[in-house]
Every structure is written in structure tokens, then in C-alpha cells.
Design a protein around this ligand. Structure first.
Ligand code: SF4
Length: 342
């Protein structure tokens, strides 16, 4: 691990000012950023130990837990999830579990109990890919670590890599689960930064790799996520997260689906679908939603929706199986959500 300066902030403004001491205001945040915020540290410290991330300044923001960033609130305006709330706190919160089960399930399925007790919600959505070539410094060809260096995964070991949202520069899978629940529920993100505060749709937080896979989000230098806000959505009580992986626990998704269903008179009145484990970013499957609205849920409509969801898939080598696996995962998620006893 490279030496770094450790600082501790007690306010969001103090954190942003400290962070800026080492960060370049001209450079977009990336894996090579010289300044990083530290919350749970479950991803950052891991990558610092591997030398993948080598910040000069680490600003500890855990004291901001005493601000709204550490709270969960539920009321007429929906759900407020502070960015410093621990994954386990959110998953165990009765209002979350009752009104947005897809959120609670995505968090419970995401990691071991130890990690869920440590990791923050803000850090969780910003976690970095598990691509082996990205995490192993002995491989030079990784555009995400070293822009312009190439991508070892394109013709390498890519069984777990993405088939949606890929580019010829990077096919790394977005590793999180919670983000799929947020994007399916049309959550927004509250952000504080050197230029003030702003709110952005969660769907605009992550960037596809395109030509710049090292720039993973639309956050500007020094910006800090303070909260996630989910609008009231009564029919989200009928929602579910299904995750398929190589082993039953402590593993990243090969395919996942976050689904919320509004059914009336045997037909789909409304539906939200997001896919995980198969895309480079949290993936909203709007075409599949369109295909299902107004339709009964049966073998034909489920198959058609699943095929639509993966119509843009670009498998590469070892990950071709993810097309069928992703489709079956989505069909299973829709069926199980429809069968929920409320
Ligand atoms: Fe790097 Fe992306 Fe290629 Fe993995 S898939 S080696 S993260 S550029």
C-alpha cells in the first residue's frame, strides 16, 4: 500500500474542502483520483492494498453519520436513505422491508453479514468492478486502470463479464445489487460538492464505458453522495430481487433482476425492471417493461419480455451463457413477484 495522508471531516462542507486539497478540479473522478472519501472502506481499502488505487489523501467521512446522511426516514414523501447508512441498517429497517422489499433483498443478498455491517450505501453504489484484470496490477492491459492500455478481458477470461452496455474498450460488469433496486424504483441521488448541492436521477449516476471506462460516474471532482430518495410507490410492496450466482452466498451475480409489479384484473398495469450481473452499469430494462404493460403474465409474454430485455446483448467468448441465464432470471423474478402474498 502506498503512503497517504489521512484526514477526518465532521461536516460535509469540511469533507469537500479537505478532499479538494489533493484533487484536481479539472480531472473527472476516476480510479486514479488523488483524493478519496472513506466511509465503510470495504472496497477502497481492498483496492489500496492491491495498489489499484493509490490516493494521496483519504478523507474519513464517518463522523457525518450524525447528519442526515446517517438517517433513514419514511413518510408521505417516500423513503430517504442517508448515504452513510450501513447496508444492514437499511435492509433491517421495517419501513424498507415492508414498502420496498426489493431494496431490503438486494442489500441482504449483496454481501456477508460482516460486510453489510461495515459498508455504507453510498460506497456500495460506487463500488468498483471485480474484473480480475482490473484488480491484478500484473496485467498492464486495463483501460479502466490505465486509459489507452487496452483491455485484457476482451479476448481473455471473460465468463463473468458484461453483455449489455459494453464497448470495445471495456466489458467489466457493474458488481452491485442495491443499485438495481434503486434504478428500478426511479430513485434520485442527493449530491453535495464544491459548487453546492444538486439532485440527479439515479439512472444518470453511472456512465457506460464507451471510450472512457476509467470515468465511471457523472460525479464531479469533490462531489459527495449524501442520500438516496425513493418516491412513494405503493405497488412497490410487490417487489423482489432475484440473484443467480456460482455459489449460494458471498458471491457476485452472474445474473440478477429487480422487479416491481402492479397487477390488476390479471394484467400488468405497471412494472419496473432492472438487471444486474449482465451489464456494465445498473441496467433498467425499459423495453421489457413496455412489452409487459397491459399484458397478462403467461409463458408467451414473459418470454417475449425477456428476449426484448436482452435484444442488445453483445456476448463475447465465455459469457454467451449469460443471455439465456439473464432471460430465465428475469422470468423467474417476474413469476415470483406476481405470486407474492400481500
Ligand atoms: Fe480493464 Fe474493463 Fe478490460 Fe476489465 S474489462 S480489463 S476493467 S478495461
Amino acid at each position: 500500500m502506498h503512503p497517504f495522508v489521512y484526514a477526518r471531516a465532521t461536516t460535509a462542507q469540511g469533507a469537500i474542502e479537505t478532499h479538494h486539497l489533493a484533487d484536481s478540479p479539472r480531472e473527472a473522478p476516476s480510479v486514479r483520483a488523488r483524493s478519496q472519501y472513506l466511509a465503510g472502506g470495504t472496497n477502497l481499502i481492498d483496492l489500496m492494498r492491491l495498489d489499484v488505487m493509490q490516493p494521496e489523501l483519504v478523507t474519513d467521512i464517518n463522523a457525518l453519520e450524525r447528519t442526515p446522511s446517517g438517517r433513514i426516514e419514511y413518510g408521505a414523501r417516500g423513503l430517504w436513505l442517508g448515504a452513510l447508512v450501513k447496508m444492514s441498517q437499511a435492509a433491517d429497517h421495517p419501513d424498507v422491508a415492508a414498502n420496498y422489499p426489493v431494496i431490503a433483498q438486494s442489500l441482504n443478498l449483496a454481501a456477508s453479514a460482516q460486510l453489510r455491517n461495515m459498508a455504507s450505501l453510498g460506497g456500495n453504489v460506487l463500488q468498483r468492478t471485480r474484473c480480475t484484470y482490473f484488480r491484478d496490477m500484473s496485467y498492464a492491459a486495463c483501460n479502466k486502470r490505465s486509459p489507452g492500455a487496452g483491455c485484457a478481458a476482451l479476448d481473455g477470461v471473460n465468463r463473468k463479464h458484461a453483455i449489455l452496455g459494453v464497448s470495445d474498450r471495456c466489458i467489466a460488469t457493474y458488481p452491485g445489487d442495491f443499485a438495481q433496486a434503486l434504478i428500478a424504483l426511479d430513485a434520485v441521488v442527493d449530491v453535495a460538492g464544491p459548487s453546492g448541492s444538486r439532485t440527479i436521477p439515479f439512472a444518470q449516476l453511472h456512465r457506460r464505458p464507451d471510450h472512457t471506462p476509467h470515468i465511471e460516474t457523472t460525479l464531479q471532482p469533490g462531489e459527495l453522495i449524501t442520500a438516496f430518495v425513493v418516491s412513494p410507490l405503493p405497488w412497490a410492496r410487490r417487489s423482489k430481487f432475484v440473484k443467480v450466482r456460482d455459489r449460494e452466498s458471498f458471491e457476485f451475480a452472474l445474473a440478477a433482476a429487480a422487479v416491481a409489479l402492479d397487477i390488476a384484473d390479471g394484467k400488468v398495469r405497471n412494472v419496473r425492471i432492472a438487471l444486474g450481473g449482465v451489464a456494465t452499469v445498473p441496467w433498467r430494462a425499459r423495453s421489457a417493461e413496455e412489452a409487459l404493460r397491459g399484458q397478462p403474465l403467461n409463458d408467451d409474454t414473459l418470454k417475449a419480455a425477456a428476449e426484448t430485455a436482452f435484444a442488445e446483448a453483445r456476448p463475447r467468448g465465455e459469457n454467451a451463457f449469460k443471455v439465456a441465464l439473464g432471460q430465465q432470471t428475469l422470468i423467474r423474478a417476474l413469476r415470483e413477484t406476481a405470486e407474492m402474498n400481500l
